[in-house]
Design a protein around this ligand. Structure first.
Ligand code: SAH
Length: 262
């Protein structure tokens, strides 16, 4: 590892601090019954900590320069399987072949693909028990934002449509090597059975379109889907909302209602 060159394009910001690594594993509530998926092993510091607690650990890493180092760690941990592949491109079914039952995800996520990774697992499988992940602080704030706040938007609604999100702790940029330009936060995403729209895809389209121009009203934005403004305003009235309502004033339940009526 001494001569290792960190790659920005892979979102490489490693954690070496023992206390922080222990805190992440403790927040993830890993027990000896747990099977765990890690995305982005890096130098394997978090990987080793998870291996101490879990029954089985599968860790993906894209950077081939880390192969030898990670293979050494695999040799020292009988419950670890390192997979040198792109976790984003890998089929879920391929990843899940490694696990007998449902599994937990723990990761200091590569920031450039945070949302695609999270939504891949929320949308494509129901075998994930929880995701304890390090993300940019701004992303964590958006995920846990309240209605009517400036952070409340597409990602707030989409993540809470599938899961409960808990903001666990803020982690300063100086905790990473090399330090990124932003602070981070550890969050726990727990997929839960929730009220759903008739079609998840339609729901996502409605939400994205509703927020497409933040300063416009909801009905002006949704008119882009080819629905008449009068019809939209009538629906809003039915929901007890004013015709000038904006997207950030709608709860998830209200978005589901709207989506199913459209
Ligand atoms: N878990 C380590 C490393 C975190 S940095 C630690 O906490 O110190 C993020 C890691 O994810 C990097 O090692 C990077 O190479 C890896 N990575 C980036 N994109 C990836 C992808 N698509 N699939 C698997 N690993 C990826």
């Amino acid at each position: 590892m001494e001569n290792f060159k960190f790659k920005k394009e892979f979102g490489q910001n490693f954690i070496f601090d023992g206390n922080l690594l222990s805190a992440i594993v403790s927040d993830a509530e890993i027990t000896s019954d747990d099977e765990v998926l890690e995305i982005g092993a890096g130098a394997g510091t978090l990987t080793k900590k998870i291996c101490e607690k879990a029954k089985k650990v599968v860790s993906y890493e894209i950077d081939k320069n880390l192969t030898e180092h990670l293979m050494d760690i695999q040799k020292q941990n009988g419950n670890l399987t390192v997979v040198m592949r792109d976790a984003l491109k890998e089929d879920i079914s391929e990843i899940e072949k490694h696990f007998e039952g449902n599994y937990k995800i723990v990761a200091n996520l590569p920031y450039y693909i945070t949302s695609p990774i999270i939504f891949k697992f929320l949308e494509q499988t129901n075998r994930v028990k929880s995701m304890t992940v390090m993300v940019q602080k701004e992303v964590a704030e958006r995920f846990s934002a309240k209605e009517n706040s400036k952070d409340y938007g597409i990602s707030t609604i989409m993540i809470n449509y599938y899961a409960d999100v808990k903001y666990l702790r803020t982690v300063g940029r100086q905790m990473f090597t090399p330090p990124p330009n932003v602070d981070s936060a550890l969050i726990k995403i727990t997929p839960t059975k929730k009220e759903k729209a008739i079609s998840d895809k339609k729901f996502s389209t409605v939400v994205k379109t509703a927020f497409s121009a933040r300063r416009k009203t909801l009905s002006n934005n949704l008119a882009k889907l080819g629905i008449s403004k009068t019809e939209l305003e009538k629906l809003l009235e039915e929901m007890g909302k004013s015709p000038s309502t904006r997207a950030e004033q709608l709860s998830i339940k209200e978005f589901i209602f709207l989506c199913d009526k459209l």
